[in-house]
Ligand binder design. Structure first.
Ligand SMILES: Cc1cc2nc3c(=O)[nH]c(=O)nc-3n(C[C@H](O)[C@H](O)[C@H](O)COP(=O)(O)OP(=O)(O)OC[C@H]3O[C@@H](n4cnc5c(N)ncnc54)[C@H](O)[C@@H]3O)c2cc1C
Length: 190
């Protein structure tokens, strides 16, 4: 089974092909509203047929599931905490998943919250704002890197240069993977 999620980019849309057991592929589409024309499933098909590598992978494939969900690509919560109540993970805000760090960010924030809870400071509600600010600092680099990658995607000449740089400097690429996976800070000095 392939180990990688492949991301295909087109004008106004991204396609994520995630390999599953038994040769199945989960295909997701993220798109700008302006890129949608006509029926959603027809549009989906047009997008994947416009990607030669993906079209070849799906040639002769049988669709075993329907289209499941529609969601905005990014979003923020107006309030992320209230006395006795904290939003975590995507509920607290999410970015375009292109850097593949959504689950890492959810787990890092949950771990941080766990540390505050373990300190058992009373009254508990007093530290919620401090926790939220620390979480914001923790996730800021992730949002910046995501915004930068999205900028690269919209500027293909720079994207090709960036891909060439990561090819020549595999340790740099590993560093970004480690950052997206939550095992490294973006800069050694935080
Ligand atoms: C196309 C795509 C590709 C992605 N790829 C990656 C990747 O490679 N790596 C990565 O780390 N992240 C990736 N992400 C992001 C990742 O999926 C999310 O960041 C992560 O799932 C957030 O977890 P969560 O528990 O906060 O929310 P969710 O996983 O959305 O879980 C929330 C759950 O609550 C349920 N729910 C909602 N409302 C109610 C209700 N009223 N009552 C009961 N249940 C409810 C939902 O059904 C859902 O099961 C990707 C996202 C997308 C869209």
């Amino acid at each position: 089974m392939p180990q990688c999620v492949d991301i295909y980019m087109g004008p106004g849309y991204e396609l994520y092909a995630t390999p599953l057991p038994r040769g199945e592929i989960a295909l997701s589409a993220l798109a700008r509203a302006e890129a949608l024309h006509g029926r959603l499933d027809d549009q989906f098909r047009r997008w994947w047929n416009a990607q030669p590598h993906l079209a070849e992978r799906l040639d002769g494939a049988k669709q075993v599931g329907g289209m499941l969900a529609i969601s905005p690509v990014s979003g923020r919560a107006r309030r992320r905490f209230l006395p006795g109540f904290v939003l975590l993970g995507d509920a607290a805000g999410f970015t375009d998943p292109i850097t593949g760090g959504g689950m890492t960010q959810a787990l890092l924030a949950a771990e941080l919250l766990g540390q505050y809870v373990a300190r058992n400071v009373r009254p508990a509600n007093n530290w919620l704002a401090t926790f939220d600010r620390e979480r914001e600092r923790l996730l800021r680099d992730y949002r910046r890197v995501t915004a930068f990658v999205m900028w690269l995607v919209q500027n293909p000449a720079f994207l090709l240069t960036a891909l060439e740089v990561t090819r020549l400097l595999p340790r740099l690429f590993s560093h970004f993977l480690g950052f997206a996976g939550g095992t490294r800070r973006l800069c050694a000095v935080a």
